[in-house]
Design a protein around this ligand. Structure first.
Ligand code: SAM
Length: 476
């Protein structure tokens, strides 16, 4: 270790020592509960797996454990709406902000299911194939962008376009939504692509000119087979004997109270949270994107074009999302202008000051800059991504603290990350920001380490697994 590196590790160690007593291994919060996997019995999450989601079990656990009665619940990164619908089931009035049309569409479909006309849906599904076979031209079609071009075989593409055209003419809007959702849920299955975090992987059978090692995704279902399976699953799950067990909302109704409406806000939480009044929320349960280069706009490119987004819209979405890819440019000028436009320049300055005053943050930024100069990072925009990730999260956390009532809670799920061998303690740095803005750090629950990742095994590679945590903050 050079002298420089010795100094470098210090600020993070100091912060670790300061917050060490807040870290607690949470054996009751296993990975399944924190991931989307525990949602497999829930309607809609069974049909479309939003792998970036967490489970309703997790949301309900925290709401039940830390609040006496329902109130107003927020998720600033709502995704497919796990927090909102789980909270609704428990009688909460819920509000979610989500930037990606994919999550918005899933939430809208779930809303449509609340009072879907099952007979109408059944009969539309029954007549679907006959009606589709009668269509020979279509007026609605998918407009591909460069990263999705040739994702489907010609036959599948034609059927998809006919299907979209057909759906646009279904007069019952809820039935229309559910049908469009069914095809939306099988896009990956019927395509030559596989979701892979930073980009789509392409099967060797596609028309694309692919370089590198050939990838075979296995069986690619025909449109008809995949859609039939999906529609059967949906219709069967919605049938009256199933729905009672699947849709707890119905039992909530039975329990005597009418659920509150779920408030879905499409946009960026960076500009939406400032619109809420001070002390508005009782609880927040959320999970922001992780600082891990995961690109939602590439992973969900097929779904985005299916929903009608063009090249510019996808590019703008990528830039407007919380910085977590190497392509994100900094938003500080936007934030400065934004806070100026709402007459809150001093807020902007205060948040920047908290960010700049974090010694651990300053250390992380300078270590990454140094590693970048030495060409020890896989990509030379990693340092910029990390810097901006935290800067944007600093604004989000400021706003969450402002709009949470005194005594209210915030639960946040997030993973630490490592670049160039340097661990970045996301849990500690974000908690330090939170403390500066008026939250008390009650606990940082650390998930038990995964199998095959014992410190001994990891040690043989000179690495230990980074912490995956659930933070529990309470407004003073
Ligand atoms: C980890 S996922 C949350 C998943 C959610 N907990 C669920 O169970 O479905 C993070 C979400 O944040 C969204 N997101 C990213 N940047 C955003 C922004 N600036 N404003 C609002 N949402 C954003 C992403 O589209 C993604 O859906």
């Amino acid at each position: 270790m050079t002298n420089n590196e010795e100094i470098i590790a210090t600020e993070r160690q100091i912060l670790f020592s300061k917050l060490a007593d807040k870290l607690e291994t949470a054996y009751n919060l296993n990975r399944k509960v924190v991931s989307f996997q525990a949602n497999k019995d829930e309607p809609i999450y069974r049909w479309f797996k939003y792998k970036e989601g967490f489970s309703s079990t997790l949301v309900k656990y925290f709401l039940n454990e830390y609040s006496k009665k329902p109130g107003k619940l927020l998720d600033p990164f709502a995704g497919a709406g796990t927090t909102l619908f789980a909270g609704q089931e428990l009688g909460w009035e819920t509000f979610g902000v989500e930037i990606l049309p994919v999550g918005i569409f899933v939430m809208e479909t779930r809303e449509a299911l609340n009072d879907i006309n099952l007979e109408e849906l059944r009969s539309t599904v029954k007549n679907l194939w006959k009606n589709l076979s009668e269509i020979d031209s279509y007026d609605t079609h998918i407009n591909h962008i460069s990263i999705t071009k040739d994702a489907f075989s010609d036959e599948t593409e034609i059927l998809l376009n006919k299907f979209l055209s057909y759906c646009s003419k279904i007069s019952d809007k809820k039935t229309q939504t559910v049908l469009r959702f069914a095809a939306f849920s099988v896009l990956e299955e019927i395509s030559f692509t596989r979701k892979d975090g930073q980009y789509l992987r392409w099967d060797h059978r596609s028309k694309r000119n692919l370089s590198g090692k050939a990838f075979d995704k296995g069986k690619i279902l025909s449109f008809e087979e995949a859609l039939k399976n999906k529609l059967n699953q949906i219709v069967s799950d919605l049938s009256p004997n199933q729905i009672m067990s699947l849709f707890e909302q119905f039992s909530t109704r039975k329990n005597g109270f009418k659920p509150h409406k779920v408030n879905i806000i499409e946009g960026s939480c960076l500009s939406e949270l400032p619109k809420f009044d001070d002390d508005f929320f009782d609880f927040t349960v959320t999970s922001p994107p992780y600082c891990n280069r995961y690109d939602y706009t590439r992973t969900y490119a097929l779904e985005l074009v299916y929903l009608g987004n063009n090249t510019d819209q996808v590019r703008n979405l990528r830039q407007a999302m919380l910085s977590c890819t190497v392509e994100n440019k900094e938003k500080v000028e936007f934030l400065k202008q934004f806070y100026f436009s709402i007459g809150k320049t001093e807020t902007f300055e205060k948040v920047i000051e908290v960010y700049n005053n974090s010694d651990a943050m300053t250390e992380v930024n300078s270590v990454l800059d140094e590693l970048n100069k030495l060409e020890k990072l896989n990509n030379n925009n990693i340092a910029r991504m990390v810097k901006n990730y935290f800067l944007e999260m600093c604004f989000v956390i400021y706003e969450m603290a402002r709009i949470t009532k005194s005594g209210g809670y915030c639960v946040m799920v997030n993973d630490n990350v490592r670049y160039g061998g340097e661990e970045i303690p996301v849990d500690l740095i974000l908690s330090e920001f939170a403390e500066n803005f008026g939250f008390n750090i009650n606990k940082i629950f650390v998930l038990p380490r995964g199998k095959g990742n014992s410190s001994q095994q990891m040690g043989s590679y000179g690495r230990t697994e980074v912490r995956k945590c659930v933070y529990l903050w309470q407004k003073n």
